[in-house]
Design a protein around this ligand. Structure first.
Ligand code: G3H
Length: 525
């Protein structure tokens, strides 16, 4: 189908600078080309979108130096600045960001194949997240705009920054998830080094100038290249105070292990998951199937919150399988800007082959493909495949597929999925479908201890962003939400003084003259 004029790639985005010490430094060294798996021509050919610098250790350490200098071991301008002034910088940034919506949305579609409405949602949700974070920070500031007194000691307690943050985001939400780390980290007074994800890199380009001119130099540093090449030497210096990463536990562990003083390293991690759906005999199947379609296949299953395994009670599994498979086959595949395209090209060139491996392995071990279109492959896509019956020895049971393949397991005793979840390495969320409260109650009471969000007759998801987003075991470390993220990137720190006339006079003077950015009881509106 013809690409609409406004979505055609007419100019290439050659990112020829990186942001360090407040400067967009020109890069003349090695670069790599960025391709989309979407074809612009009838005959399939990946589309060239532009190029990015392939920076090395020297530039990585230069960015680290810049962030360290701006933090100034806690004495820098940014960490000691008044909250209201930091908020003003963030407001400047978000205003400029909003003007780049079309450019960023177009690049999200081309770089990662996300459909138009979801790409727009990703942008708008991120803008909302920034405004909500500003409001939440004001509230935190208001709540701490006071003194308390215990056992004869006055205390003025606030949240302060932690230091230098290394921020690494994922390719499936290259804007939103990255910014849910970056924005609270910056706002709380930390300085950051940010390396965009392996895919979804060019979409940061339209925002570089906004980062450059909204914050004091060195507060935000943006570098390009391979994670291992850049992040390893940065971690080895021991100068990183917070590792903020949304990705997988293998890279998170490797990076932590590079840090010479792990006790100094705080972690904010969103990692892999294998969220199950459990469908009970009394589930409303219309609603359950709707939710399972969205849960398993939004963005082709490339979400950490996706439903990645379906447990269906044996009494209803045949009906569920028939109806669910028909619904999967009815989904429309198309390029991201095509009307009604829920399934879109996969951005990783090797993904269809990987999904095929999972399918072949499952078939070898006794599973069948239930849907007619399951496994149909094109250059950049493999049609969602419903596999049944799935057993524990299959790779699709064990691995986080992060793509369009749906394993179904039937159970007769609810203890079977519960035991599987308890034994699993993952613990993010679960969806439970059913109605009888006598069945649901004990289940809920157990499930809340196995994961961190139990979705009742609803698919798993991160939002709304005000709710805590976290996980157990290999699924997460620290909690993210608009409010919790501000906490995760800060520490409580306070000024204390014994209640006596001498100290109280000083405090009074400090408050009246407003000479300290920390000690003040102003109410931020
Ligand atoms: O990839 C994981 C995302 O946090 C999922 O967010 O549930 O809003 O798609 P979402």
């Amino acid at each position: 189908m013809e690409i609409p004029e406004k979505y055609k790639i007419t100019t290439l985005t050659h990112q020829s600078t990186y942001l360090v010490s407040g400067e967009l430094k020109p890069w003349t060294g090695e670069t790599v080309e960025v391709y989309s798996t979407i074809s612009s021509t009838k005959e399939y050919k990946p589309t060239l979108l532009g190029s990015i610098p392939q920076l090395g250790k020297t530039e990585a350490l230069e960015a680290l130096e810049s962030a360290c200098l701006a933090y100034g071991k806690g004495q820098g301008l940014w960490p000691t600045m008044k909250v209201v002034d930091r908020i003003a910088c963030m407001e400047t940034f978000v205003e400029q960001m909003k003007t780049k919506r079309n450019e960023v949305v177009k690049l999200i579609m081309w770089e990662i194949g996300k459909n138009l409405s979801d790409s727009e949602k990703e942008f708008d949700r991120t803008v909302d997240y920034i405004y909500d974070t500003i409001e939440a920070y004001k509230q935190i500031d208001r709540d701490s705009a006071k003194f308390e007194k215990n056992s004869g000691v006055y205390a003025h307690i606030r949240r302060g920054p932690l230091g230098v943050v290394l921020c690494l985001g994922p390719y499936n939400y290259p804007l939103n998830e990255t910014f849910t780390l970056l924005i609270p980290a910056i706002l709380m007074g930390n300085t950051v080094i940010f390396k965009p994800a392996k895919l979804g890199v060019l979409l940061i380009s339209p925002l570089l100038e906004a980062f450059q001119n909204s914050f004091p130099k060195g507060v935000v540093n943006i570098i390009y290249g391979r994670g291992r090449v850049l992040a390893t030497p940065i971690m080895q210096t021991g100068k990183i105070d917070v590792l903020a990463l949304i990705g997988n536990s293998t890279s998170a562990n490797a990076l932590q292990n590079n840090h010479p003083k792990k006790n100094r390293l705080r972690l904010v991690l969103g990692l892999e998951a294998k969220n199950p759906a459990i469908v009970l005999t009394d589930a409303d199947l219309d609603l359950t199937i709707d939710e399972c379609i969205v849960g398993t296949l939004s963005f082709n299953g490339q979400r950490c919150t996706a439903l990645k395994i379906l447990y269906v009670h044996e009494d209803i599994v045949d009906e569920f399988n028939t109806r669910f498979s028909a619904r999967v086959d009815a989904l429309k595949f198309g390029n991201p800007w095509e009307e009604g395209a829920t399934l879109t090209p996969l951005p990783e060139p090797g993904k269809p082959a990987y999904i095929q491996e999972l399918i072949d392995d499952a078939k070898d071990k006794g599973a069948k493909i239930l849907n007619k279109k399951g496994g149909e492959t094109t250059h950049n896509f493999i049609f969602p495949t419903v596999l049944y019956p799935v057993s524990k020895d299959m790779r699709v049971y064990q691995e986080e597929q992060f793509g369009p393949v749906i394993p179904i397991v039937s159970f007769s005793d609810i203890q079977e999925p519960l035991n599987d979840m308890a034994d699993s390495n993952y613990g993010q969320q679960v969806s439970i479908f059913g109605k009888d409260i006598n069945t649901l109650s004990p289940l809920i009471d157990t499930l809340v201890n196995l994961v961190c969000r139990v979705n009742l007759n609803s698919s798993c998801q991160r939002g709304p962003d005000v709710y805590p987003f976290t996980g157990r075991k290999d699924s997460a470390f620290s909690t993210l939400s608009v409010h919790d993220a501000l906490r995760s990137f800060s520490i409580r720190t306070f000024v204390a003084s014994k209640d006596n006339a001498y100290n109280n006079a000083i405090l009074k003077e400090l408050l009246e003259n407003k000479t300290s950015n920390f000690i003040n009881t102003d109410y931020l509106l």
